[in-house]
Design a protein around this ligand. Structure first.
Ligand SMILES: [Zn+2]
Length: 681
């Protein structure tokens, strides 16, 4: 479900990689080469292009499969996890399990989604009541009411985004938060910048709108008119949105209001009433990421006619529901996504339904997943590595030549306060009251979404629940959450090439060790460093240290701005700043921790490489991958992570150890002299 992923992004959570869709077996035997020279391209000098040197042959031999948009270490592992999930779901669906048990509910959810005959028969009848109800709206109050109520029923989230999270300046309290939204295309740029690429996408988007309206009975002329109306409303919302770079500023986007005062800035949106419709009660204040977006929305509410708003609301129902209706809708949805992503063929139904089950009721599925696929030994080993990374980070902070003792002391206190979560939640979501029925796929999806919404809203007025997770157990990813000051590693990523209990330390420290370091460094990146050890948004830096830190960050941004994608598109140094600092700090800390191991102190050669070489090759191996040009172009605009090829080299070119390991010399293309090599953490 989109809602879940979007919400996740909003919370300011910084992760290791964006999961789009998505093998070799993750089980590795002793005979397996953890660094396989057959994947490398020895015709390339490591100092000229370390990414291709380490991965060139693998990249040549592993093009993006037709059903995918990217293909690399993350996706291969994700694909493996999805096949594991599929077998769990198929088994659950074929067994008669106790009613209400995790097995029954995930089995029925999946089986309902796989029943394409039943889904086909229904056509778009599941959304007919919504379309009719919207059709009967008479006035603006009705429009606003519908936009509010839709959320509580899991139908859609029109006009703006709403969520509940900790108040970042009062982290022991949960608070309502309003955020910009209401658009469909992946970024405001697609509405506002008229280059060839965007024009093509805009055209495809309008065609998609026309298609869904004609499928639900509108004639072509009306459907085309609808597309114009919807685009105009969304464009207007896009004009009021902050850019992704602006949204990264936690201070600027922290605006606390009493609900009564905020309503005065938006006379047509009485938030006391709107929030009550959204099942938010007993609250007197809220946070708003961009007040201007809401005052503009208020103006738009009066400028736009009621019939036009009705079309916009119907569109929100259509676009959200299309993937769960009959094949005509699913195909139209895919045709539009194809233009955005370049994907050649539709992902198989079993894969989509496995992913959907994970998105919708992932903590039921996760209970089965970890029972078979997560070993307590992995958790113990991770705890040990996290301890070693923490030690290494501590040494590095103490040794920083640019930071004063007083700021160092606070940084060390923050480091000591990081709380790790590994594998899966200690306390599972129960999904109590959520009905899953094998005969009602569409209702299952909506009910699950509505359940998540109520579960979120029900946190208001209660103590902060620190056991909650933002990712499901099979996820191949990891994250840092600044308001909880926690680093989180789902079971799904604790496999090769990130981690393997049989691998040598160089592999594990260059892989999951660097991921641990990356998440820790998020606590000290340009954004995360504005939160203190308790997760409170509060400056703990001296002014002088902050100035020095920002100057270093700017230099790192400039290094990344020089990296190009598709010839003309450059990496956005400001958008990717936090991730690049995460990689640089993370790989350095992982290397420092690796140096404490026996292997690092030996000269042992394995498969032709010494310990330091294996460490950096392991890091490079994590980032190998191919991506379709359309997806690469989108990534540059929306993704806070730099492309994998530049993540491979971005940190190493600043590390003396990498130069030494591969004998990189002046004249090599990636060579930087001592003054150019950046050391931030
Ligand atoms: Zn990250």
């Amino acid at each position: 479900m989109r809602l879940f992923r979007f919400k996740f992004l909003l919370l300011g959570i910084a992760c290791i990689s964006i999961n789009t869709q998505a093998q070799q077996s993750a089980k590795t035997s002793a005979a397996v080469k953890f660094i396989d020279p057959k994947n490398m391209d020895f015709t390339i000098k490591p100092g000229d292009d370390f990414y291709l040197y380490a991965n060139g042959v693998w990249i040549k031999n592993n093009p993006v499969p037709a059903k995918e948009t990217r293909w690399g270490s993350f996706h291969v592992l994700k694909d493996f996890n999805t096949s594991v999930v599929k077998s769990l779901l198929t088994e659950a669906a074929s067994n008669k399990s106790l009613d209400g048990s995790p097995e029954q509910r995930i089995g029925d959810f999946y089986a309902a989604g796989m029943d394409s005959i039943a889904i086909e028969k229904l056509g778009f009848t599941p959304i007919l009541p919504d379309l009719k109800r919207i059709d009967q709206i008479k006035d603006l109050a009705g429009i606003i009411n519908e936009a509010a109520v839709m959320r509580t029923k899991g139908i859609a989230s029109p006009m703006f985004t709403f969520y509940v999270n900790q108040d970042s300046k009062n982290v022991n309290t949960m608070i309502s938060q309003l955020y910009q939204g209401g658009t469909t295309l992946p970024d405001r740029d697609y509405y506002l910048k008229d280059n060839t690429r965007n024009l093509k996408i805009k055209e495809a988007y309008q065609a998609y709108i026309v298609k869904l309206f004609t499928l639900t009975g509108s004639n072509e002329t009306i459907a085309k008119k609808n597309a114009e109306i919807i685009f105009a409303i969304e464009k207007s919302l896009a004009e009021s949105q902050l850019s992704r770079v602006e949204l990264r500023d936690p201070v600027k986007t922290y605006n606390k209001f009493s609900i009564a005062d905020f309503s005065k800035t938006t006379p047509y949106l009485n938030w006391q009433l709107v929030l009550a419709k959204m099942k938010v009660n007993g609250q007197d204040s809220l946070l708003v990421s961009s007040p201007k977006f809401f005052s503009d929305l208020n103006t738009l509410l009066t400028k736009t006619s009621i019939p036009d708003w009705k079309i916009y609301l119907q569109w929100n129902v259509l676009k959200k529901s299309a993937p769960y209706l009959s094949s005509a809708f699913v195909d139209a949805n895919f045709a539009f996504n194809q233009v955005l992503s370049g994907q050649k063929v539709q992902t198989p139904r079993w894969q989509r339904m496995s992913n959907l089950t994970d998105d919708a009721i992932g903590e039921l599925l996760g209970q089965l997943y970890v029972r078979t696929y997560f070993k307590p030994e992995a958790k113990a080993r991770m705890m040990e590595m996290i301890g070693n990374l923490r030690k290494a980070f501590e040494i590095r902070i103490k040794n920083l030549d640019w930071m004063s003792d007083v700021t160092k002391e606070r940084a060390l206190a923050k480091l000591a306060a990081f709380s790790p979560k590994i594998g899966y939640p200690d306390k599972w979501k129960t999904y109590e009251g959520l009905k899953i029925n094998r005969a009602t796929f569409f209702a299952n999806v909506r009910n699950a979404e509505a359940w998540e919404y109520h579960d979120m809203v029900n946190q208001l007025g209660k103590p902060v629940d620190r056991t909650r997770w933002g990712m499901t157990p099979p996820t191949v990813n990891a994250y840092y959450n600044p308001v909880k000051n926690e680093i989180v590693f789902p079971a799904g990523i604790l496999q090769f090439p990130f981690f393997d209990p049989n691998a040598d330390d160089a592999i594990n420290y260059g892989g999951i060790g660097a991921v641990i370091g990356h998440e820790m460094s998020h606590g000290f990146d340009d954004r995360g460093s504005q939160y203190d050890k308790d997760g409170t948004l509060r400056n703990w830096w001296t002014e002088e240290d902050r100035t020095k830190f920002e100057a270093k960050n700017k230099m790192l941004g400039e290094q990344f701005e020089k990296y190009t994608v598709l010839d003309t598109l450059h990496v956005n140094g400001k958008l990717t700043m936090g991730e690049n600092i995460g990689d640089l700090g993370g790989l350095n800390a992982a290397y420092e921790a690796f140096k404490m191991t026996q292997q690092a102190q030996s000269n042992e050669i394995i498969d032709g490489f010494n310990p330091d070489q294996r460490f950096f090759l392991s890091w490079a191996q994590v980032w190998r991958g191919n991506i379709l040009p359309e997806s690469a172009a989108q990534q540059i605009v929306v993704d806070t992570h730099s492309p994998g090829q530049y993540r491979t080299i971005g940190a190493p070119v600043n590390m003396d150890a990498w130069y030494k390991a591969f004998n990189i010399q002046p004249g090599d293309k990636l060579y930087k002299n001592q003054e150019e090599r950046l050391k931030i953490w």
